[in-house]
Design a protein. Structure first.
Ligand SMILES: C[S@@+](CC[C@H](N)C(=O)[O-])C[C@H]1O[C@@H](n2cnc3c(N)ncnc32)[C@H](O)[C@@H]1O
Length: 236
C-alpha cells in the first residue's frame, strides 16, 4: 500500500507576516522579538525556511501563546522560548536574522540600538513598524544601518512596510522625503502606491494641523514642501 506524504501543516500568515517571512534568509537562525502569538516563528520553522529559532517576548502571556503555536505545528524542539526585554535574552553569535515587528518605530529602534553587538554587518534585521516609520528610517541611516530592501504589504485594509536592514557603518542624513518614503519612493507595486497614499494623507493632516498655528512657520513650510512632493508622486 502506498502511503501519501502528509501535507505540511503551517500557521496561516496574513500579507504583513508573509512579507516579513519573505525577507528572512533561508537556512538561518532567526529570533522573533515580541513574538506574541508566535505564528511567524512557527511558520518559519515548520516550513523549513529557518534552521532554528528564538521566540522572545517581554510578557509571560504572549510567550505562553507562542508555546502553544510551536507545539501545535511540531517545532517546539527547534524554537527556544525566552522571556526577556528586547534582545537582552540573546547572546551575540547565536542568531543571524532578527525580526522586530508590530511595534512602534521608536520602540523598535530602542530595542535594536540598546545592544552593541547589533553593529555586525553579517546580521539582518527585519523591522515592521506600526507607527513613526520615518523616525525609524532616520535613526537607522543616521547611525550606520542601511536599508537593503523594503517590502510593502496590505493586510486588513492597512498598508505596511517591512524593512530589511544591516549595519554598514556608513552614516547618512536623509531628506524628509527619503525618511517618509524610504525605498518605496521608486516602487510601483500596488501595495507600495497604497503605502505612499497613506503617508500622503498623514502628512496632509500634519500640514493642516500646523497651518492653524503661526508659531511653527518653518516646520509648516517644510511639511508643505514634503506634501507637494508626495502628491506629485502619487499622481504618477
Ligand atoms: C502587537 S504585538 C506584535 C506581535 C507580532 N510581532 C506581530 O507583528 O504580529 C507586540 C508584542 O511585543 C511584545 N513586546 C513589547 N515590548 C517588548 C520588548 N521591549 N521586548 C520584547 N517584547 C516586547 C508584547 O508583549 C507583544 O506580545
Amino acid at each position: 500500500m502506498q502511503v501519501e506524504p502528509t501535507a505540511l501543516r503551517l500557521p496561516k500568515l496574513d500579507a504583513r507576516l508573509s512579507a516579513i517571512a519573505s525577507l528572512v534568509r533561508p537556512g538561518v537562525r532567526c529570533a522573533d522579538i515580541g513574538t506574541d502569538h508566535g505564528h511567524l516563528i512557527a511558520w518559519l520553522a515548520a516550513s523549513g525556511r529557518i534552521l532554528s529559532g528564538f521566540a522572545c517576548d517581554i510578557n509571560r502571556k504572549p510567550l505562553d501563546k507562542a508555546a502553544c503555536s510551536l507545539s501545535e505545528y511540531g517545532v517546539s524542539d527547534r524554537v527556544k522560548l525566552i522571556l526577556c526585554d528586547g534582545l537582552s535574552g540573546l547572546h551575540p553569535g547565536e542568531v543571524d536574522d532578527i525580526v522586530i515587528a508590530g511595534m512602534g518605530g521608536d520602540l523598535i529602534w530602542e530595542i535594536l540600538s540598546t545592544q552593541s553587538w547589533t553593529r555586525d554587518p553579517a546580521l539582518r534585521f527585519l523591522l515592521q513598524p506600526m507607527t513613526k516609520t520615518e523616525r525609524l528610517r532616520r535613526s537607522l541611516w543616521e547611525n550606520g544601518f542601511d536599508i537593503l530592501r523594503e517590502e510593502p504589504a496590505e493586510a486588513g485594509g492597512f498598508p505596511y512596510t517591512v524593512l530589511q536592514t544591516a549595519y554598514t557603518g556608513k552614516v547618512r542624513h536623509p531628506s524628509q522625503i527619503e525618511a517618509y518614503t524610504g525605498l518605496l519612493w521608486q516602487d510601483s507595486r500596488p501595495a507600495a502606491i497604497n503605502y505612499l497614499e497613506k503617508v500622503t494623507r498623514q502628512v496632509r493632516e500634519k500640514v493642516e494641523g500646523l497651518s492653524a498655528s503661526a508659531q511653527n512657520r518653518e516646520e509648516y513650510m517644510s511639511y508643505r514642501t514634503l506634501l507637494t512632493e508626495l502628491e506629485s508622486r502619487c499622481k504618477k
